[in-house]
Design a protein around this ligand. Structure first.
Ligand code: NAG
Ligand code: NAG
Ligand code: NAG
Ligand code: NAG
Ligand code: NAG
Ligand code: NAG
Ligand code: NAG
Ligand code: NAG
Ligand code: NAG
Ligand code: NAG
Ligand code: NAG
Length: 302
């Protein structure tokens, strides 16, 4: 085959792909209108006025479309004071990469259909009133980088499969009512994870030593749960760790000496536990340390 023939073939293929992609843009409009239909309060009438049929949904407020074809890439409705449940039809926005509905009054369950959005990179649903469980289907979002569902009323266990999504950079589940424990192999497949925040829940069990394999972790916040057992010495392997919050749990034993290896550590909180023994002198050598909370424990010595 000549070079020209190959180019022509590629061009036809590209065209065909775009046709297939744009074919179902009407299903995107259908999904967005289903989403709109579940809004019960929209204080500034942003969506009720702007999301109107007859105008291209790519121009609707909060919507971003791909450049090559008219499919919804981004849905950003943060800070709008919207009251609604999340329509399950959202699972039909099959090109969606970014779903941001933070700081509104979304309530009810997170639809399992979100697990069908295989392109999704970013979920930000923090600061709402969502309840029910975290759908296990989120564990199928292989491209997910950010998952923030902090400050809601979610219950039940964290589906283990979520900790197997190797693209994840940030996980934030702060201030919900989640229970159960963290899987012992939590970090076997999270090479990119930088932030893990699960404070303010009812999580229990031991702190998994395998957290030491999340090499890029900068922020680890497990505070105000019911974690018990010792602080694993493997935490000392986290050379990029800047923030370590373990306060308000039922941790026992001493602070491991391996803490000396955390040269980037700026915040260390272990207050309100049942820790004992000496405070490692090496803490005094952590030159980046700006905040240290040790109160309400059983430490002894100097
Ligand atoms: C297009 O959308 C319709 C309605 O949502 C659906 O039934 C159909 O399977 C979709 N087709 C493709 C090719 O995705
Ligand atoms: C919706 O808002 C966008 C951006 O502000 C604007 O360009 C568009 O004309 C509006 N559409 C309607 C129907 O109000
Ligand atoms: C949340 O949204 C409201 C508007 O509904 C806004 O006034 C407030 O500043 C937002 N809060 C944050 C933390 O952005
Ligand atoms: C979408 O997700 C739901 C619930 O997880 C599932 O039952 C359904 O089969 C999925 N649909 C598609 C088209 O993948
Ligand atoms: C985790 O992911 C790996 C590879 O991506 C896969 O082989 C394994 O089955 C997954 N484990 C679970 C519990 O999902
Ligand atoms: C998640 O949302 C909370 C609450 O708005 C915010 O403070 C935090 O910075 C966000 N990201 C992470 C990684 O926690
Ligand atoms: C977090 O949860 C605690 C306990 O349930 C509550 O007292 C606190 O006000 C919550 N913080 C925020 C910012 O919602
Ligand atoms: C983590 O630290 C422990 C002891 O502090 C050490 O034995 C182990 O080899 C380290 N693991 C990795 C993967 O570096
Ligand atoms: C911790 O630091 C000591 C020196 O203080 C070093 O010998 C050791 O290899 C370090 N361990 C890890 C896991 O980085
Ligand atoms: C954890 O500590 C709290 C308060 O000190 C106590 O009420 C609770 O029973 C403890 N839980 C466990 C599992 O030890
Ligand atoms: C801690 O710093 C002191 C000097 O301030 C030094 O003599 C000592 O060797 C250091 N210890 C470690 C474990 O780095």
């Amino acid at each position: 085959m000549s070079k020209n023939a190959i180019f022509t073939l590629l061009a036809i293929l590209y065209l065909l792909m775009n046709i297939v992609a744009s074919q179902n843009s009407s299903s995107d409009e259908y999904a967005l209108l289903a989403f709109k239909s579940q809004i019960t309060f929209d204080p500034n009438n942003v969506l009720t006025k702007n999301w109107s049929q007859g105008t291209s949904f790519c121009n609707w407020i909060g919507i971003t479309c791909g450049t090559r074809h008219q499919r919804v890439r981004g849905l950003n409705l943060a800070d709008m004071g919207i009251e609604a449940t999340i329509a399950k039809e959202i699972g039909e926005l099959s090109f969606l990469r970014s779903l941001i509905i933070s700081n509104n009054s979304f309530h009810g369950f997170i639809p399992a259909e979100i697990g069908n959005l295989s392109q999704l990179r970013e979920i930000e649903m923090q600061d709402n009133e969502l309840n029910g469980p975290i759908p296990a289907s989120l564990g199928f979002l292989e491209n997910l980088q950010t998952l923030n569902i902090s400050y809601n009323g979610l219950t039940g266990n964290i589906p283990n499969r979520i900790f197997n999504l190797s693209s994840l950079i940030e996980i934030s589940f702060v201030n919900n009512s989640l229970s159960g424990s963290l899987p012992m192999d939590i970090c076997y497949n999270l090479p990119k994870l930088q932030k893990l925040r699960v404070s303010g829940n009812q999580l229990s069990g031991n702190i998994p030593p395998s957290l030491g394999t999340c090499r890029n972790l900068e922020l680890l916040s497990l505070s105000y749960n019911q974690f018990s057992g010792r602080i694993p010495m493997e935490i000392g392997n986290l050379s990029k760790l800047q923030i370590l919050y373990l306060g308000g749990n039922n941790l026992t034993g001493n602070i491991p000496n391996e803490i000396r290896n955390l040269s980037a550590l700026a915040y260390l909180g272990v207050e309100r536990n049942d820790l004992s023994g000496n405070i490692p002198t090496e803490i005094g050598n952590l030159s980046a340390l700006a905040y240290l909370a040790l109160s309400h424990n059983g430490f002894s010595g100097m």
